[in-house]
Design a protein around this ligand. Structure first.
Ligand SMILES: O=C(O)CCC(=O)C(=O)O
Ligand SMILES: [Fe+2]
Length: 186
């Protein structure tokens, strides 16, 4: 996974028109903090409502998701529509995380997603690894993404502080984590 991460960091830096080590340096990825979340959605379980996971964004740089059976994950499009996400068998879905949105001052978005359990006839398991910056790295919008037309949109805090705000080191807060990083609109 480290090799894939390195490749993604280089490729995404280049798509931003920046030198290939830009993201690696900004996040200090070599000492990056990774978290794994394993989710089990039992069959026909609506006891807690239609969602196995309410809408949220994920912290980190990129997030890798694998599942045993397809179906359930939904992603909110920029037009506000929920899209069913179908992942080919044996494929890994790569999602963008909150800290990439902060670093790029909103150019790349950490998308809102949720999991429905409305129609699941069989059990589903997903394994999600969140690959983040070094815990003590202060993450803020890069100077390359800030100018008079694009004022700074996000707070400047360490990755650890933002995870604490999410409740990762306390009770888990499933609500959108990017919201707490946004500066109030001026
Ligand atoms: O189970 C899924 O498809 C997604 C789970 C998820 O969003 C998460 O663990 O953050
Ligand atoms: Fe998630």
């Amino acid at each position: 996974m480290r090799i894939v991460l390195d490749g993604l960091a280089k490729a995404i830096s280049k798509t931003l028109g920046l030198e290939e080590n830009y993201i690696e340096k900004a996040f200090n990825l070599k000492s990056g903090f990774d978290v794994m979340s394993m989710n089990l959605y039992p069959a026909n379980s609506r006891t807690k409502g239609p969602f196995g996971f309410p809408q949220h964004t994920d912290p980190g740089f990129v997030i890798a998701l694998t599942q045993d059976v397809d179906g359930g994950l939904q992603i909110l499009s920029h037009q506000g529509k929920w899209i069913n996400c179908h992942i080919p068998h044996h494929a890994i879905l790569i999602q963008l995380g909150d800290q990439l949105e902060v670093l790029t001052n909103g150019k790349y978005k950490s998308h809102i997603h949720r999991v429905t359990v409305d129609n699941n006839k069989i059990e589903r398991i997903s394994v999600v690894t969140l690959h983040g910056p070094s815990l003590h790295k202060v993450i803020s919008p890069g100077k390359e993404f800030v100018d008079d037309e694009h004022p700074k949109k996000y707070h400047e805090i360490t990755y650890k502080e933002s995870l604490e705000g999410n409740g990762l080191f306390g009770p888990i807060d499933l609500h959108s984590s990017i919201a707490q990083l946004r500066l109030p609109k001026v």
